[in-house]
Design a protein around this ligand. Structure first.
Ligand code: 0O2
Length: 271
């Protein structure tokens, strides 16, 4: 293959990565808009660098012409979760999609690699549409927790630094760090319900505050300034008390006031 053709070969992979990043971010956004906990915390994607593709071909003893069949992770998507339990949910979401067809699953969570690496991999078929028509390509989706991602990012850069000759003491320390990451994930899972409750109530509070501020802003257009200032000051006093019940009741009162003004303006229109 001529060097300048790399761009052409990789083009559909770039398209697949771009599309899938948008799609998975949209999944996250949908959960957030439905005011639900999202099992996907972060989405990223990359197209493998030419040097890494060549390296993999060499490792597999494959020809350049076998590039697309032998290198399954030219297009790579990474989905990061907060908790180990979320990984299963994300895998189920992927399996439910019609635009992603699973070829193979690699569970390095149940059984970590010898290096200590933990992650769930899905090799899938995904079709992109270019001006040449549809093209089915392979994509590798890596699903892991924040803690697993932290470990693998560090380990990956050390692998790069030592180019396959990692000193034994570093390898041992990385293995110990991998065990610590595993314990951290287990520990976080045991307090998952509490953490999720806290995150939910933070989200709920932010939503109520934004409703209240919207109501106050709308009242500026219909009520007199003195009344709105009074409401604003009252809101701030309640806000400082950090009491969700009071915020909810205050929001309800504002809804009633806003409704009264709306009714009055409709009546005024009729008269
Ligand atoms: P990069 O730079 O991320 O692209 P196989 O084809 O099954 O024989 P392969 O392709 O190595 O073997 O599959 P595997 O084991 O599922 O690994 C694919 C990718 O997972 C790797 O791609 C890494 O991104 C990641 N990975 C696998 N093992 C490790 C590990 O021990 N440490 C870290 N940090 N990442 C790992 P590349 O091409 O190695 O790298």
């Amino acid at each position: 293959m001529e060097v300048q053709l790399w761009r052409e070969v990789l083009e559909p992979y770039h398209l697949a990565v771009d599309e899938l990043v948008v799609k998975f971010n949209h999944v996250k956004q949908q959960y957030q808009e439905a005011k639900m906990y999202s099992p996907i915390e972060m989405v990223s994607g990359r197209v493998k660098r030419v040097s890494s593709i060549l390296e993999k071909l060499k490792k597999k003893g494959a020809e350049l012409s076998q590039l697309e069949e032998k290198v399954e992770d030219i297009a790579g998507i990474r989905l990061i979760c907060q908790f180990v339990e979320d990984i299963e949910t994300v895998v189920a979401i992927i399996k439910n999609r019609q635009d992603i067809v699973i070829k193979q699953e690699k569970d390095y969570i149940t059984k970590a690699k010898d290096s200590g690496y933990r992650s769930y991999h899905i090799i899938a078929y995904y079709t992109v549409h270019t001006i040449q028509g549809p093209k089915q390509i392979e994509v590798e989706i890596q699903i892991r927790t924040l803690a697993m991602n932290f470990w693998s990012t560090i380990e990956h850069s050390l692998q790069y630094k030592y180019k396959g000759h990692m000193p034994e003491d570093i390898r041992d320390r990385l293995l110990r760090a991998a065990q610590a990451v595993d314990s951290l994930d287990t520990e976080m899972s045991s307090v998952r319900d509490e953490i999720m409750d806290a995150q939910n109530s933070n989200r709920q509070k932010a939503n109520i505050i934004s409703d209240i501020l919207n109501n106050i802003e709308n009242l500026y257009y219909v009520a007199n300034e003195r009344e709105v200032n009074k409401i604003q000051n009252e809101f701030f006093k309640i806000y400082l008390k950090d009491d969700m019940g009071m915020l909810k009741r205050f929001n309800k009162q504002l809804d009633i006031i806003a409704e009264t003004y709306r009714a009055q303006s409709v009546q005024g229109y009729r008269n």
